[in-house]
Design a protein around this ligand. Structure first.
Ligand SMILES: Nc1ncnc2c1ncn2[C@@H]1O[C@H](COP(=O)(O)OP(=O)(O)OP(=O)(O)O)[C@@H](O)[C@H]1O
Length: 261
C-alpha cells in the first residue's frame, strides 16, 4: 500500500475545567471547599489546540515538525496516530502507523512483563500467533528476559522504557510518528535503540518527527512543517522550515520565550 497523510482544516478543541473565583475564595478549608464546590462547581471551558491545520504528506517524505513549546506538535502527532479525533476537519491516513509518543502507554503495572508484551502487541493489531513468535526477540532486545515473569511494577522506569521501545519497534510500519529522537537509557542501549530506529526510519514510507534538535532534523528530514499557536505557519523544505521557525522565535517577546522556549 502506498502511504499518505491528508489533513484538511483540522481543528481540535479540548475541554478543561476552571474553578470560579467565588469557589476559589471560599476554598480555605475542607468544609468551605465542599460548599464552594456545591454552589459554584468548576466550569467547563474549551481550549483550541489546533486551528484550521491543512497539509499533505506523500510516500517517501521525512517531515520535521517544528514549533515552540506548547505550539501543538505532540497534539498533532496524536491526531495523526488516531488517538485524538478532530473536533472539525478531516484527517485521512493510508498505511499502518506506529506512534513512538509515549512508550509506557497501555502497560498494566500489575501484569507480568510477558503479559504486558501480549497486551501492547494486541493493541498494535497483532495476532496471538504473531506475538508468540516475537516474544523472545523482544526480551532479547530489551535485555529483560531474566525478569519476564515479574510484575511490571517491579521494574525501574528505564527498564519499562526499554520494554516499551522493544515492543513498539518490533515490527516495521509504513508511517512512523515520533516525538523527539529516542535518547534515554544507558549508553549501550541508546546505541542499540538508535541503530534500530535508523533502520525503521529508512524502511518507513513516511516519517513525521517533532524535535527542537535542528542538526538531527536536517540529517533525517527533507521537509518541514512549522506550527505556531496551533496553526500552520510554514510548510516547505526542511532548511527553510528551520529558518521560518527561527524567525518566529526571534519575533516572540522575551516574556513569552521564558514560558515557552
Ligand atoms: N488535554 C489537554 N487539555 C488542555 N490543554 C492541553 C491538553 N493537551 C495539550 N494541551 C495544551 O495544548 C498546547 C499544545 O500542547 P502540545 O503538547 O501539543 O505542544 P508541543 O508543541 O508538543 O510542545 P513541546 O515542544 O513542549 O513538546 C499546550 O498549550 C498544552 O498546554
Amino acid at each position: 500500500m502506498t502511504a499518505y497523510i491528508s489533513v484538511r482544516n483540522l481543528t481540535l478543541d479540548v475541554p478543561y475545567y476552571v474553578q470560579t473565583a467565588q469557589a476559589a475564595q471560599t476554598a480555605r478549608s475542607w468544609g468551605t471547599t465542599l460548599v464552594g464546590a456545591l454552589f459554584s462547581p468548576p466550569k467547563r471551558r474549551f481550549a483550541r489546540i489546533l486551528d484550521g491545520v491543512s497539509f499533505d504528506i506523500s510516500a517517501g517524505s521525512r517531515v520535521a515538525l517544528l514549533g515552540r513549546n506548547g505550539a501543538g506538535k505532540t497534539t498533532l502527532l496524536r491526531v495523526l496516530s488516531g488517538a485524538f479525533q478532530p473536533t472539525r476537519g478531516e484527517v485521512e491516513v493510508a498505511g499502518a502507523r506506529q506512534a513512538l509518543l509515549n512508550l509506557g502507554l497501555g502497560f498494566n503495572p500489575e501484569a507480568t512483563l510477558t503479559e504486558n508484551v501480549f497486551l501492547r502487541a494486541t493493541a498494535m493489531g497483532m495476532s496471538p500467533a504473531e506475538i508468540r513468535g516475537m516474544v523472545e526477540s523482544i526480551f532479547e532486545f530489551s535485555e529483560l528476559g531474566g525478569v519476564a515473569e515479574r510484575r511490571l511494577s517491579t521494574l525501574s522506569s528505564g527498564q519499562r522504557m526499554r520494554l516499551g521501545f522493544a515492543i513498539s519497534t518490533s515490527v516495521q510500519h509504513d508511517i512512523m510518528l515520533m516525538d523527539e529522537w529516542f535518547g534515554a537509557g544507558d549508553a549501550s542501549f541508546v546505541n542499540k535503540a538508535r541503530a534500530r530506529l535508523t533502520d525503521r526510519v529508512a524502511s518507513s514510507q513516511i516519517v513525521v518527527l517533532a524535535s527542537h534538535n535542528f542538526n538531527m532534523l536536517r540529517k533525517i528530514c527533507d521537509e518541514g512543517i512549522v506550527i505556531e499557536r496551533g496553526k500552520v505557519a510554514y510548510i516547505g523544505e526542511v532548511n527553510d522550515a528551520i529558518s521560518a521557525y527561527k524567525d518566529i522565535y526571534r519575533a516572540v517577546p522575551m516574556s513569552e520565550k521564558r514560558s515557552a522556549a
